[in-house]
Ligand binder design. Structure first.
Ligand SMILES: Cc1cc2nc3c(=O)[nH]c(=O)nc-3n(C[C@H](O)[C@H](O)[C@H](O)COP(=O)(O)OP(=O)(O)OC[C@H]3O[C@@H](n4cnc5c(N)ncnc54)[C@H](O)[C@@H]3O)c2cc1C
Length: 500
């Protein structure tokens, strides 16, 4: 039972990043009856956009869809610097007073759903004092992102202890790192590497992108001409919606074309690369992956900045494997050696589901890897828990916005009816369980076994499609065969809840 002194919230949001601030907006705008707080492990708003400080850090999807639908991105710049995105999140939080609901330096470490009490018993740890804080919450909304904050992923490269230069991971970029005039090797070929290389090339002596295998890289306009035209010709409210839909549908169109006509997309990508690289450049070796477009995330470079740096000779790409670090650089399997003053290991993130929170239901630990996801936002047999997870093939916020609106509908329904519990339950015995994420990228494959599963049919399938989710989350009823509403307010409890 709940002790008298334990704080009770209607909604507890985990994380004050892009999603957590969005969730705060929807809870206070759509469910004004609900008390809520955002628990944030760090001492800053912004999550990803506060943590990552490497040179050139930016979005790689457009801000018209990465921004919130309720606060449209109002710059013409479609691809934005990390510092602008951080400011946008902070401004949103301040404008709506969401920042006043944040409890900084509080990491949620465990949550146990109590059916008797119809609430989560939550344990938080203060990250500054290690003090344990207990509280309860009617609904838990995890906006904790998808990766570890304390360190990124670095493979075990032999010989690093011999290297006399500096080794840096982009997730922990030293503020005072001086790379002017230096020889820099960036290991990796993903979004971070292709962002870093042209940004470092501005000041470094030379930057080499050392990749084991290439990624698909496409140039996108930093300012979108169609979005610009829509913004100039339509009235403000209409243009925001039109631009958002245009960008969402365009991204999805490119994704669908890549899945259905991979050979055509490969040819188009290659032709674009050839146009922007010096004549005779070895596109086949350095820009042609062995997998199909969108088997892994497509990397976008604004206004071809990577191709420009290669053409200018300030950056180059080497496709090879590392044998060992040496005192002065890295020795490759081909026998070549790359001399370096600084090596940047842009080797990725370490994925983490649910911010590492230990979940249990009535004292029984929940092994999330055995659970199905419901509509890509809740977990099978776990009551009153939603998770903000975005798309891997489009802007994160497109999905999180839909999730937040759906959660508001669930909360309002429970509040109106006095039913305090909503639990997705699978009755379909023929349903097949499949991995949650279809991407073949190393960082996904390393961790996907720890993630929940998706089912072979609605509502357990994860679509990675804004259009389908728009129907499933915005247009459809919150009542279906899987969702069980239960746990009425006991008769003796005078219900503030049922009042509205
Ligand atoms: C370098 C980089 C560039 C990216 N670019 C794009 C892009 O262009 N487009 C796109 O769609 N996506 C992009 N992403 C993905 C990006 O992470 C999302 O777009 C989005 O910022 C995620 O927001 P979030 O709030 O869900 O998670 P995060 O930004 O990760 O924030 C999560 C917050 O939760 C806190 N937290 C976690 N666990 C706990 C806990 N147990 N208790 C309390 N607090 C906790 C964290 O401290 C953090 O503040 C990028 C990611 C990276 C790393």
């Amino acid at each position: 039972m709940i002790g008298a002194s334990v704080e009770r919230l209607d909604v507890l949001i985990v994380g004050a990043g892009l999603s957590g601030i969005g969730a705060g907006h929807y809870v206070q705008a759509e469910c004004p009856w609900a008390s809520y707080a955002i628990f944030e492990a760090r001492d800053a708003i912004g999550g990803t956009w506060d943590l990552f400080r490497y040179p050139g850090v930016r979005s790689d999807s457009d801000m018209f869809t990465l921004g919130y639908s309720f606060r449209p991105w109002d710059s013409a710049q479609a691809i934005a610097d990390g510092s602008w995105i951080l400011q946008y999140i902070k401004d949103t939080a301040a404008a709506e007073g969401i920042d006043g609901h944040i409890r900084f330096r509080h990491r949620i470490v465990a949550a146990d759903w109590s059916t008797d009490d119809a609430c989560w018993h939550v344990t938080a740890e203060r990250t500054d004092t290690r003090e344990i804080v207990e509280l309860t919450a009617g609904f838990l909304f995890s906006c904790s992102g998808y990766y570890r904050y304390d360190h990124g992923y670095t493979p075990d490269f032999p010989g690093t202890e011999r290297f006399r230069g500096t080794i840096v991971h982009p997730q922990a970029w030293p503020e005072d790192l001086d790379y002017a005039g230096k020889r820099v090797v960036v290991i990796g070929s993903g979004a971070t590497a292709v962002t870093l290389v042209p940004a470092l090339a501005d000041k470094a002596g030379h930057v080499t992108m050392l990749q084991r295998s290439p990624s698909y890289i496409v140039s996108v306009p930093g300012k979108d001409p169609v979005a610009d035209l829509l913004r100039r010709t339509l009235p403000r409210g209409k243009s925001d919606t039109a631009v958002r839909w245009f960008k969402a549908l365009l991204t999805q169109g490119v994704y669908q074309l890549s899945r259905r006509r991979p050979e055509l997309v490969k040819r188009l990508l290659k032709a674009g690369q050839r146009r922007q690289l010096p004549k005779g450049y070895d596109v086949d070796t350095h820009f042609t992956p062995t997998y199909g477009p969108w088997d892994q995330r497509l990397c976008a470079v604004p206004d071809g900045d990577l191709f420009k740096a290669i053409s200018a000779g300030t950056a180059s790409i080497v496709t090879d494997r590392i044998t060992t670090f040496t005192e002065t650089g890295v020795l490759l399997e081909s026998g070549a050696e790359l001399e370096a003053d600084i090596v940047v290991t842009a080797t990725g993130l370490e994925l983490l589901f649910l911010g590492g929170i230990e979940l249990s239901v009535d004292g029984d630990p929940v092994d999330v890897s055995t659970k199905l996801t419901y509509k890509g936002m809740m977990l099978e047999d776990v009551p009153n828990l939603a998770i903000a997870v975005g798309y891997t093939n489009a802007s994160w916020t497109l999905k999180c916005d839909l999730t937040c609106q759906y959660v508001s509908r669930l909360l309002n329904h429970m509040h109106r009816t006095g039913l305090r519990q909503c639990t997705p339950v699978n009755h379909d015995t023929a349903l097949e369980r499949q991995p949650l994420l279809g991407l073949t990228s190393g960082y996904v494959q390393r961790s996907v076994h720890k993630f929940p599963k998706q089912g072979s049919r609605f509502p357990w399938q994860v679509h990675q499609s804004y259009l389908r989710d728009y129907r499933a989350l915005k247009r459809s009823s919150i009542h279906d065969d899987a969702m069980v509403f239960s746990n009425t307010v006991p008769a003796e409890e005078p219900v503030a809840a049922a009042a509205s």
